[in-house]
Design a protein around this ligand. Structure first.
Ligand SMILES: NC(=O)c1ccc[n+]([C@@H]2O[C@H](COP(=O)([O-])OP(=O)(O)OC[C@H]3O[C@@H](n4cnc5c(N)ncnc54)[C@H](OP(=O)(O)O)[C@@H]3O)[C@@H](O)[C@H]2O)c1
Length: 324
C-alpha cells in the first residue's frame, strides 16, 4: 500500500480509502466487518462515513468494526445534509454542527473525529459563523482536521482566506466527485488542491457502478444504483457516459483486469488526487477496486482512457492559452 499526505497535517493516508455509504443498509454488519478487516489487512488506514448514511447506522456499524484499531486509523465523517424533519436539523449552523458531531461521536463510539467535512456548502449560513463553530471543535479536541465536500473551489478558497484572517483551524481536505465521466474537479478543485496543499479524497470513482462494466450500452435491468436510484439515474443519464464505460471495460479486458480496477486506478493517478474512496455492497464487489492499489496507469494508458470522455473546458475562455 502506498501512503499519501493529508495536506500539511503530518497525517499519512493510504492511497485508497474505504467508503461506508451502504454499511448497515445494503451491507449487513457481518459483511461490513469482512470489508473493513480486508482493508486493514492490505494497509488501508482511512475510513469515510457521514452522519446521514443509513440514518446513522453506517457510523454505528463502522464504529463497532474499528473498535480494536481506533487509534491506527483516520476516521472521517460529515455534517450538513438533513438529519431530521426539524427546520434546523440541517446545514452548517453552529447548533446543528454541535448536535451532529455529538451524535456522530456517540454512534462511532469514539472521543474524536479525525476529519470532519462540511458535506455541502450551506448558502443560508455565513461561512464565518460555520468556521468559528468548527474552530471551537478543533480547539476542544473533538475534531482533529476539517474538510469540505461538494464545495466549489471559490467556496473553499474563501474559507481558506477567512481561516487565515482569523487564525481559525484551516480546511485541509476536499471531497469532490471525480471519475472518468465526471471530470469537473479537474478545472478548479484539483489545481486549487495542488496550489494550497489540500488533500483530495475523491468519491464515486466507479460513477456509482457505471464503470464496473455491468450496465452495458443497452442499460438492461441490472440490480444496481443506476437502475434503482432516481438520483443516480439522473446523474448518469447520458448515452455518452455508457459508451465511455463500454470502452473502459474493453480496455480493461485487454489488460486482463476488472474495469473497476482500471477506473479506480485512473482516478488515483491524477497528481492532485490523494486517494479515491472505494466502496461496494460486499467484499466481492470491493475486491476489484482494492486491486487498484497495485495497478499503475502509465502516461500512455492514462491518455488513452482520458480520451474516452471530453476534457472539461478551462476555467477561463482563453483556450488559446492552454498548454499543449
Ligand atoms: N461526499 C459525498 O457527497 C459523497 C457522495 C457519495 C459517496 N461518498 C463517499 O464515497 C464512497 C464511495 O462512493 P460511491 O459508493 O458512490 O463509489 P462508486 O465506486 O462510484 O460506486 C460504488 C457502487 O458501485 C457498485 N459496485 C462497486 N463495485 C462493483 C463491482 N465489482 N461489481 C458491480 N458493481 C459494483 C456498487 O453499487 P450497486 O451494487 O448498487 O451497483 C457500489 O456500491 C462512499 O461510500 C462514501 O463514503 C461521498
Amino acid at each position: 500500500m502506498k501512503y499519501r499526505r493529508l495536506g500539511g497535517t503530518g497525517i499519512r493516508l493510504s492511497m485508497l480509502g474505504l467508503g461506508t455509504l451502504p454499511f448497515g443498509t445494503d451491507t449487513p454488519e457481518p459483511e461490513a466487518r469482512r470489508m473493513v478487516e480486508r482493508c486493514l489487512e492490505i494497509g488501508i488506514n482511512h475510513f469515510d462515513c457521514a452522519n446521514i448514511y443509513g440514518n446513522g447506522k453506517a457510523e454505528e456499524v463502522l464504529g463497532r468494526c474499528l473498535a480494536g484499531v481506533r487509534d491506527d486509523v483516520v476516521l472521517a465523517t460529515k455534517v450538513g445534509f438533513p438529519t431530521g424533519r426539524g427546520l434546523n436539523d440541517r446545514g452548517a449552523s453552529a447548533s446543528h454542527i454541535d448536535q451532529s458531531v455529538k451524535a456522530s461521536l456517540r454512534r462511532l463510539g469514539t472521543d474524536r473525529i479525525d476529519l470532519l467535512y462540511l458535506h455541502r456548502f450551506d448558502n443560508r449560513t455565513d461561512l464565518e459563523h460555520t468556521l468559528r463553530a468548527l474552530d471551537r471543535l478543533v480547539g476542544n479536541g473533538t475534531v482533529m482536521h476539517l474538510g469540505a465536500s461538494n464545495f466549489a473551489a471559490w467556496q473553499v478558497a474563501t474559507a481558506l482566506g477567512l481561516g487565515a484572517l482569523h487564525n481559525w483551524a484551516p480546511l485541509v481536505a476536499m471531497q469532490p466527485m471525480y471519475n472518468l465521466v465526471k471530470r469537473q474537479a479537474e478545472v478548479e478543485i484539483l489545481p486549487l488542491a495542488q496550489a494550497a496543499d489540500l488533500a483530495v479524497l475523491a468519491y464515486g470513482p466507479l460513477a456509482g457502478g457505471l464503470l464496473t462494466g455491468k450496465y452495458g450500452e443497452q442499460r438492461g435491468q441490472i440490480d444496481g444504483r443506476l437502475t434503482n436510484d432516481p438520483m443516480y439515474q439522473a446523474r448518469y443519464r447520458d448515452d455518452a457516459d455508457y459508451r465511455a464505460a463500454t470502452q473502459l471495460a474493453r480496455i480493461a479486458r485487454e489488460h486482463g483486469i476488472h474495469p473497476a480496477t482500471l477506473a479506480v486506478a485512473w482516478c488515483a493517478g491524477h497528481p492532485g488526487i490523494t486517494a479515491p474512496l472505494v466502496g461496494g455492497r460486499s467484499l466481492e464487489q470491493l475486491e476489484p477496486s482494492l486491486a487498484a492499489a497495485d495497478f499503475v496507469v502509465d502516461a500512455e494508458l492514462r491518455a488513452r482512457l482520458s480520451a474516452l470522455t471530453p476534457e472539461p473546458p478551462p476555467a477561463t475562455d482563453r483556450s488559446e492559452d492552454r498548454p499543449d
